[in-house]
Design a protein around this ligand. Structure first.
Ligand SMILES: Nc1ncnc2c1ncn2[C@@H]1O[C@H](COP(=O)(O)OP(=O)(O)OP(=O)(O)O)[C@@H](O)[C@H]1O
Length: 269
């Protein structure tokens, strides 16, 4: 695969737009809650974007709309030039808990999306690719293991493989490592960064952790509640690849403080 992403001196990706949200709004009909108002956002190829904001500011709603799981009440969502009107093959998703089937081995779980989409023969063919992916995430040798023999972090690694097997253009991540201890979570975040670089994926992460958002992202969408809308999109100027060591630098601390102030201000509104 060729590296189609140019980087400026700060390391910010300058890829072509992959996802384009224009004036997206969502009012839940049942309770008339305005969950999102006028959200416009562009994700560029190979970029990593996080969304952060207090509970109830519409992060999950935004992710579900981007995934095509629920329709917006207003505005447009376009992925790779085509409006998103339902779940799509070019969208990969990952959730808080690894949702592996306990009666299937790691490799069987990973090829499952192919089996569902294209049948058993195609799943058999995809096995080799699944093994390569297991290698990438550091699970070589665990191909035939059942999920209950994997640690939480290992299960999430397998879930990453299952998400990547269909080669989605975009990865939608809903706090994928929040159930892990802090050390595993930091390590998994670095893994995630490496995998995104290797596969040139465009990633969008919902998180409650400012630190996690800053260490991973090129851009952080800071949201404010009632109604949920964008307070500011903050660019992170740390060079790539990021390392955990960067969390001790003044630049990192300044960005974290800046975002914390924005979130505090949002709460007052
Ligand atoms: N299915 C639904 N029906 C009605 N209202 C909903 C529904 N889902 C979410 N809401 C409301 O929309 C608003 C935004 O919720 P959402 O779950 O998107 O926020 P969030 O930022 O992801 O919150 P959290 O950080 O707590 O997960 C909230 O006021 C919530 O009560």
């Amino acid at each position: 695969m060729s590296m189609a992403v140019a980087h400026d001196y700060s390391g910010a990706p300058l890829g072509a737009p992959v996802y384009e949200l224009t004036h997206v709004g969502k009012t839940y009909a049942r309770n008339r809650v305005v969950a999102l108002e006028d959200v416009s956002l562009t994700l560029r190829k190979g970029s990593f974007t996080s969304v952060i904001g207090s509970s109830g500011c519409g992060k999950s709603t935004l992710l579900k709309i981007m995934a095509g799981l629920i329709p917006p009440s207003s505005g447009r969502v376009v992925l790779q030039g085509k409006p998103v009107t339902g779940p799509r093959r070019d969208i990969g998703m990952m959730f808080q808990q690894a949702t592996l089937f306990p009666w299937k081995t790691a490799v069987e779980n990973i090829v499952l999306p192919i089996e569902i989409r294209d049948g058993k023969a195609a799943a058999k063919k995809a096995r080799e690719k699944a093994l390569e992916l297991l290698d990438i995430v550091g699970l070589k040798g665990f191909e035939e293991v059942y999920p209950n023999e994997l640690s939480g972090g290992m299960a999430q690694r397998a879930s990453i493989c299952r998400m990547l097997i269909t080669e989605p253009a975009v990865l939608l991540l809903d706090e994928p490592f929040s159930a892990l201890d802090e050390l595993s979570r930091d390590n998994m975040n670095m893994e995630l960064q490496r995998i995104c670089r290797e596969t040139e994926a465009t990633a969008f992460l919902v998180t409650h952790s400012i630190q996690e958002a800053v260490i991973l992202s090129d851009e952080i969408v800071v949201m404010k509640p009632r109604p949920g809308r964008i307070a500011e999109i903050v660019k992170v100027d740390l060079p790539r690849p990021r390392t955990l060591h960067m969390m001790t630098t003044p630049e990192f601390g300044e960005t974290v403080d800046y975002i914390r102030d924005l979130l505090d201000k949002g709460e007052d509104m």
